[in-house]
Ligand binder design. Structure first.
Ligand code: FAD
Length: 383
C-alpha cells in the first residue's frame, strides 16, 4: 500500500494538476509535478490562446478549500447574465437569476494557472519540474519516461496521476497497453479568438455580462478582462461557406463582419490581423474507461473527460474532481487501490452528464437565446 512518504507523480501542471498537487501535499504526500511546457510565469502566452474562463461555484468551492478563492476573485469579473447582440437592433440582457444576484466569473486561465502554480510551489513537499514531456509510462511499476531539452529522463512514482489535458499522454499510454477504451468525438466546429480593446480607457461593452452574438449555426462570445478589454471567441463550422477558411482575404473578413457582426467592427481595430494570425482551436468530447488501473495510475480533469466549452464547466469540473479524489482518499484511509475506483464510480456519471449538457448548450447559445419564444419564457420564469 502507498504510504504518505511515497512520492506521487502528477503529469501536467495545468489547472487540475496544480490543484491536485496542493491537495495531496496538504495530505502529507511528497509530490512531483511534471509539465511539458516551460514555466508559464516567466514566459508569454501563445497568440490567440488567452482563454478566459467562466469560473462558477463548483470551481470556487475547490479554491476555497485551499484558501485561494479570495485571491483569485480579486482578478475576476462577475457576469450576471447574457447580453445578446442581434444583427440589428438593441442588445438584450438575460439575467442568470431572477433576483439578478447570481453571477459566473470571468477569469484568465493563464492567471488562474499561475496562481495555482505559486500555491503549489510554496507547499513543502511539492517539486515542480518544467520542460518534461511524458512519453512513456509503465503502469505496473510506475516508471516514467520524459523528453527534456537535456535529453531523455526517467523517474518512478508509487502513484501516477494523469492531469495532462484532453490529449493526455497518460491516457495514451494506458490505451497502448490495452488497459483502457476511449472515444474522442471532435465537433465539426473550431474556435478562434479576437480582441476588443479598452475604449478610451474603459470597457467598450457592458462588463457585467457574457456577450453572445447568436447567428443560428455559429456564434461569437466575449468575456471581459481586468485590463478592460474583451476576449472574443468565434465558434464557427470547420467547413462550408461560414467556416474560418472561407474568409481568405481582408476584404472578405471585413465584409462578413459588416454583414453578421456589424457592432463589432468599430470596436475591434485589429480584427483582420487577429483573424488572419490567431490559430483555430479544435473542440471535442473525450470519453474513456476505466479512469484508473491497479490503483496505481489515475486520470482526472480533461485527461479523463474533456468536454466542449459551451457550458463553461470544463475547469470547474476538473476542480471538482480534485475535491472528490481528496474525499475518496479520506474515506479509504489513503488506500489508493480503493480510492481511485471509488473516485471513478462517483465522478464518471457526472462527467457524462455535463458532456451532454455542454453539447446541448451550444445550440441554446448560438440559436435559441435569440428566439422571441425563448426570451418570453425566460421573462415568465423570472417574473
Ligand atoms: P489542461 O488545462 O489542458 O492542463 C493540462 C496540462 O498538462 C498543460 O499544462 C499541458 O501543457 C500539460 N501536458 C500535456 N501533455 C503533457 C505531457 N505529455 N507531459 C507533461 N505535461 C503535459 N472551462 C470552464 O470551466 N469554464 C469556461 O468558461 C471554459 N471555457 C473554455 C473555452 C475554451 C475556448 C476552451 C478551449 C476551454 C474552456 N474551458 C472552460 C475548459 C478548460 O480550459 C479545461 O477544462 C481545463 O483547462 C482543464 O484543465 P486540466 O488541468 O484538466 O487540463
Amino acid at each position: 500500500m502507498t504510504s504518505r512518504r511515497d512520492e506521487i507523480a502528477i503529469i501536467g501542471a495545468g489547472l487540475a494538476g496544480c490543484l491536485a498537487a496542493c491537495f495531496l501535499a496538504r495530505r502529507g504526500y511528497p509530490v512531483a509535478l511534471y509539465e511539458r511546457r516551460s514555466d508559464p510565469r516567466t514566459g508569454t502566452t501563445e497568440r490567440g490562446r488567452s482563454i478566459n474562463l467562466a469560473l462558477s461555484e463548483r470551481g470556487l468551492d475547490a479554491l476555497r478549500r485551499i484558501g485561494l478563492a479570495d485571491q483569485v476573485m480579486t482578478d475576476a469579473l462577475p457576469m450576471r447574465g447574457r447580453m445578446i447582440h442581434p444583427v440589428e437592433g438593441e442588445q438584450q440582457f438575460q439575467s442568470y437569476s431572477a433576483a439578478g444576484d447570481r453571477a459566473i466569473n470571468s477569469i484568465s486561465r493563464g492567471a488562474l494557472n499561475n496562481a495555482l502554480l505559486d500555491e503549489a510551489a510554496a507547499l513543502p513537499g511539492v517539486r515542480i519540474v518544467f520542460d518534461h514531456r511524458l512519453v512513456g509510462l509503465d503502469p505496473i511499476d510506475g516508471t516514467l519516461s520524459f523528453e527534456t531539452p537535456q535529453g531523455p529522463v526517467a523517474a518512478k512514482a508509487s502513484v501516477v496521476l494523469g492531469a495532462d489535458g484532453a490529449g493526455s499522454a497518460v491516457r495514451g499510454q494506458l490505451l497502448a497497453y490495452g488497459l483502457l477504451d476511449e472515444s474522442v468525438d471532435f465537433l465539426d466546429y473550431g474556435y478562434k479568438e479576437l480582441t476588443i480593446p479598452a475604449l478610451g480607457g474603459d470597457f467598450a461593452l457592458d462588463p457585467d455580462a457574457l456577450h453572445i452574438w447568436p447567428r443560428g449555426t455559429s456564434m461569437m462570445i466575449a468575456l471581459p478582462n481586468p485590463d478592460r478589454s474583451f476576449t472574443c471567441t468565434l465558434f464557427w463550422p470547420n467547413e462550408g461557406s461560414g467556416s474560418f477558411a472561407a474568409l481568405d482575404s481582408p476584404a472578405a473578413i471585413e465584409e462578413h463582419f459588416t454583414q453578421h457582426y456589424p457592432d463589432v467592427i468599430p470596436l475591434a481595430p485589429n480584427l483582420v490581423d487577429d483573424y488572419q494570425h490567431n490559430p483555430v482551436g479544435v473542440l471535442g468530447t473525450v470519453r474513456c474507461t476505466p479512469w484508473q488501473v491497479y490503483g496505481k495510475v489515475g486520470l482526472l480533469g480533461d485527461a479523463a473527460h474533456a468536454i466542449v466549452p459551451f457550458y463553461g464547466q470544463g475547469a470547474n469540473c476538473a476542480f471538482e474532481d480534485v475535491v472528490e479524489l481528496d474525499r475518496c482518499l479520506d474515506e479509504c484511509a489513503d488506500d489508493w487501490l480503493g480510492a481511485l475506483p471509488l473516485f471513478q464510480q462517483r465522478r464518471q456519471e457526472n462527467a457524462e452528464a455535463i458532456a451532454t449538457m455542454a453539447l446541448t448548450n451550444f445550440v441554446e447559445m448560438r440559436d435559441k437565446v435569440a428566439s422571441p419564444v425563448f426570451q418570453l419564457r425566460r421573462k415568465v420564469e423570472h417574473a
